[in-house]
Ligand binder design. Structure first.
Ligand code: URA
Length: 440
């Protein structure tokens, strides 16, 4: 089989056969198809899309491209469940939800991704914890999950290696926002993780890959349907991503906000709603709870009691991070040398933000990748982010920029201001949780 024929077929709008997709996944995993050919096919798929059959075949081929985990020999006393987000800006839900779900009796083997396009990645964020091992061996990963109930790690070389390589190439070739590619990428990792159930946080809006609710709904249904063909029970919660989630964006800054949340110091309202809704859905998807209100109450109790914070601490320590990270985060997290406000240009209400542009500001600050394999400045990003609807006086900060230099901070301030609209009247309120989808 010639890979150039496969690229040509997709370029011309054809449908790839199962064998052609398998050939592609094999070549991704063993490196025999070079990055320039992978990029060309990615762009052809981006432009001409894939049928449901093609996307399901790609999902299964990438899931089986490496190790597939099996938890049955560990005799765990709870379900193995995970969540995955389609990606956003300031989305630190994973660090909160994994220990909360563990405190509710779940086992959460979370294999997360690095930054993708304008969105931040959980694996990069986790690397801001000194000593934290994002790539433990499978045995070590299983040990930590069994002992603490959760482990948030990065994609290892053995698990869905085809997706690992494809993901890194898509990140730097503007080929991310494709429904079949996002579906296959997410589900390949999750199927390989051997889960009993999965909950998807499907985001829509100016900071999501699917900007409209209709596209996000389509995506949620496609993911649920594709997962079902692979035997994975999946629920989806559709959440608003028209603004930064929480008050920070950027790797170490998001870790600091996550710790503040788990310690019940600051729980930003929208972030809190997403965390509670998605974690409660995990309890429902696994059958640990049968009623949404009871599930949400159990989640709330796990946070309020400090049980989730305790699980987070254990996970960090078991994976090689400091045992007092929760209590002494400020002494461990890197900080940027320059911190500058983004002053509101006039009195008014924050009406909207172009959230994808804000995600790209973080890349320009050095917090995300422009080219394959680039190392990141984990200290940069935004803090004190004002939510849409906030009433502002002229000069009041819309956010604080954390940067490596004055020049980078100045550029970021200008773009941040340009990406935000201020109006005389407060914008209408928007629900954060748009809807929940469960299989019939
Ligand atoms: N998350 C993933 O793992 N893959 C994507 O393509 C998008 C979000």
């Amino acid at each position: 089989m010639l890979f150039t024929d496969i690229i040509r077929k997709k370029r011309d709008g054809g449908e790839l056969s199962g064998a052609e997709i398998q050939f592609f996944a094999d070549g991704l995993a063993d490196g025999s198809i070079p990055a320039e050919q992978v990029s060309a096919l990615a762009m052809a798929i981006f432009l001409n899309s894939m049928s449901f059959a093609e996307s399901a075949a790609l999902t299964v081929a990438m899931a089986n491209s490496g190790e597939v985990l099996d938890w049955s020999d560990l005799d765990l006393d709870g379900p193995v469940v995970d969540k995955h987000s389609t990606g956003g800006v300031g989305d630190k839900v994973s660090f909160l939800l994994a220990p909360i779900a563990a405190a509710c009796g779940c086992y959460v083997p979370m294999i997360s991704g690095r930054g993708l396009g304008h969105t931040g990645g959980t694996t990069d964020k986790a690397e801001s914890i000194p000593g934290y091992n994002v790539a433990p061996s499978f045995d070590e990963f299983r040990r930590v999950v069994a002992k603490t109930g959760c482990a948030v790690i990065g994609q290892t070389a053995d698990l869905a290696p085809a997706d690992r390589r494809f993901y890194a190439i898509r990140d730097v070739t503007s080929t991310v926002e494709s429904m079949p590619l996002i579906t296959a990428s997410i589900l390949a990792k999750k199927i390989a993780a051997g889960l009993d159930a999965l909950v998807m946080d499907v985001k829509f809006g100016s900071g999501a890959f699917m900007t409209t609710e209709d596209k996000a709904l389509d995506m949620a249904n496609t993911i649920i349907r594709t997962a079902a063909t692979a035997g994975l029970t999946t629920h989806a919660v559709m959440t608003d991503m028209n603004e930064v989630l929480g008050t920070t964006a950027g790797n170490a800054l998001e870790l600091a906000e996550s710790v503040a949340y788990l310690r019940n110091e600051v729980r930003e309202k929208r972030l809190d709603e997403v965390v509670i809704a998605v974690t409660a859905e995990m309890l429902l998807a696994t059958g640990l709870e049968t009623e949404p209100t009871a599930a949400a109450a159990k989640v709330q109790q796990a946070i309020d009691s400090g049980g989730a914070a305790e699980k987070f601490s254990q996970m960090v320590a078991e994976l090689g991070g400091p045992s007092d990270f929760l209590d002494n985060r400020a002494s461990y997290l890197v900080t940027a040398p320059v911190v500058r406000p983004v002053p509101a240009p006039r009195d008014g209400f924050l009406e909207s933000m172009e959230t994808m542009r804000l995600g790209n500001v973080i890349i320009e600050l050095g917090g995300g990748r422009r080219v394959l394999g680039e190392s990141l400045d984990l200290s940069v990003g935004f803090s004190d982010v004002q939510a849409i609807g906030s009433k502002l006086d002229r000069g009041q900060p819309l956010a604080m920029i954390h940067a490596a230099s004055e020049a980078a901070a100045q550029q970021a301030v200008e773009t941040y201001l340009d990406a935000c609209q201020i109006a005389d009247a407060a914008p209408p309120q928007r629900a954060v949780i748009q809807r929940t989808l469960r299989p019939e």
